[in-house]
Ligand binder design. Structure first.
Ligand code: GLN
Length: 309
């Protein structure tokens, strides 16, 4: 294989030269102000070695990438009973779509679409206050990223609360089907705040390490999740991590991955590496345009796709 640093440097050069970077998310006003010309990538190899290029230390809003972490917490807490609340099938619909909920009696298709992530928050809360639940989620992310400085960007969270009508509609619909056990506004508050965690590519690549090595964080030796459940999170990321663009992502990149409308994507090469890439411009589905292209180049040049070289 070529030198990884060379590949990443080439990817950054190509991204900077690309005139069509996609559109930054504008439905969350605080994200509409982000400079689309930023680009970062970080690869954390299974041995712990970190290779990065571009704006790999710049913080951005992780948005739906946080759903991997909340699903991990929920699986750890509830085990397989989680699947009574949320399914594990790709939706084929946009991330904020409401249409399936009515057909399927308020049970979201998977934990990575907005409705599913709201159901996951409800499962994690278990009657506790939003503050306690958020503290638990943040502590978990800090633990797996091995970085106590990670924080929730309150400006982004407020921006989401103020413009969150669609998510409120999803949550209220689920509540009307008897699917939520906690107060709807409290559940939504936790959801908006966990989407608003700010992290860099380096921190995210680090945080995804446990998915590379069967649930164990090799840098610390800590077991984050059982082997079987880590494998299942990866399969969910493969099938559902990019919403109605999941098939396209599997086709082009061939790795379990999870995107967020902040323009970040994490991807996992089992036994080899975790990757985080960030480019704020999105495609029509809401996945990072150049982030996806970067991962496509990376798997082509390294042979890292799980579907073969
Ligand atoms: N917080 C965003 C929302 O609720 C998350 C969406 C995403 O990243 N795809 O709309």
């Amino acid at each position: 294989m070529e030198e990884l640093q060379t590949i990443l440097d080439d990817i950054v050069t190509a991204a900077r030269a690309e005139p069509d970077k996609g559109q930054v998310a504008s439905y969350i006003p605080q994200l509409a102000n982000i400079d689309p010309d930023q680009f970062g990538i970080a690869v954390c190899l299974a041995g712990g070695e970190l290779v990065c290029a571009g704006d790999a230390d710049t913080l951005f809003s992780i948005q739906s990438i946080s759903k991997v972490f909340t699903t991990t917490i929920a699986l750890g807490k509830l085990g397989d009973t989680l699947w009574q609340r949320v399914g594990r099938e790709p939706s084929g619909d946009p991330f904020n779509s409401i249409i399936q909920l009515e057909h399927e009696n308020g049970k979201p298709r998977n934990p990575f679409i907005n409705a599913g992530a709201i159901a996951v928050v409800d499962a994690i809360m278990q009657g506790r206050q939003p503050k306690e639940t958020l503290a638990e989620i943040l502590a978990f992310i800090r633990w797996i990223a091995n970085d106590e400085a990670i924080y929730i960007d309150d400006k982004v969270a407020r921006s989401e609360v103020l413009t969150g009508d669609r998510n409120a509609a999803l949550a209220h619909f689920m509540a009307s089907c008897g699917r939520l056990s906690n107060n709807v506004d409290k559940v939504l508050g936790v959801y908006f705040h966990h989407c608003s965690v700010a992290m860099s590519c380096v921190q995210l690549a680090r945080a995804a390490q446990f998915l590379v090595s069967d649930g164990v964080d090799l840098s610390t030796g800590a077991r984050v999740l059982s082997t079987q459940r880590a494998r299942r999170i990866n399969s969910l990321m493969m099938m559902c991590g990019h919403y109605d663009g999941s098939g396209e992502f599997a086709y082009r990149v061939g790795l379990p991955g999870k995107s967020g409308v902040g323009g970040g994507i994490i991807a996992v090469v089992p036994d080899v590496a975790s990757i985080a890439v960030w480019s704020p411009g999105l495609d029509k589905i809401g996945n990072s345009r150049l982030g996806t292209r970067a991962l496509e180049t990376l798997t082509r040049r390294t042979g890292w796709s799980v579907f073969g070289r």
